[in-house]
Design a protein around this ligand. Sequence first.
Ligand code: NAI
Ligand code: BGC
Length: 266
Amino acid sequence: MNIDLAGQTALVTGSSTGLGRACALGLAAEGMNVVINYHSSKDEADDTAHEITQRGGKAIVVQADVSQEDDVSRMFAECNEAFGHLDVVVANAGLQADAAFTEMTLAEWNRVINVDLTGQFLCCREAARVFRKQGIHAHSTSAGKIICMSSVHDEIPWAGHVNYAAAKGGVKMLMESMAQELAADKIRVNAISPGAIRTDINKAAWSTEQAMDKLLQLIPYGRIGESEDIANLCIFLASDLSDYITGESIHIDGGMMLYPGFRFGG
Ligand code: NAI
Ligand code: BGC
């Protein structure tokens, strides 16, 4: 197996923490230059970049709110200035603002839709513009690779999280429609759809023994996911090893999508 991403450039949104950070470190370990984007946690973004440069890699840190069009344009311009070429965009930044449906405020709805769905639209649109302009380059069989961070909740309904499930369901159709439209330009577009992965976003679901026991009822494979599980898939989707894959949501969830309740009934 030859991954061969050396010398290519990746931009990973929300990569100061969690899955974004793991993807950034994983892609850098394969020799990619990486743009570390953060919203408010500069120190953690600097730490991620430092870890990359310490191992001989190249990284820059760019503050940008992915839900703001001007911020997104500036972030891509800074990437171009630093590296001159772009090969992979991981639209990862996301958040939850949970509430029971009848209690959910418009502000909570808008906050999640703006970051988790509109943020992906803005970053992917900018990526597609850059990739189309660059065309195919000697180091990859495609003109660019877009990887959307979705969720099992692009299919599994989620009570108490309608804003989040609606955003991720939207990401699925955004991703598939982009893939259909951009395939002729040799731009590949795919989604990673994780189940429960140990990060800050779901700390309440794994940080006590009781919560973890409850969570594991939903995971046939019997363990929570780790960020590196996601980074490994991200590397595969970024590389030419996945050259014939476009428009796919790859669920990576220890079996969470397999109707786990049916192990005990039905
Ligand atoms: P996290 O909370 O560690 O990471 C989210 C990152 O997005 C943070 O660094 C945050 O600062 C950044 N962010 C939030 N709003 C932003 C904005 N407006 N502009 C730029 N960056 C912003 O949590 P995690 O788990 O790493 O989440 C990453 C992605 O993975 C999210 O899209 C999330 O929905 C998705 N995901 C996570 C799962 C999990 O179990 N951890 C499962 C399925 C999907
Ligand atoms: C959510 C996590 C949750 C996971 C599985 C993700 O999209 O962000 O909070 O643990 O889905 O339900």
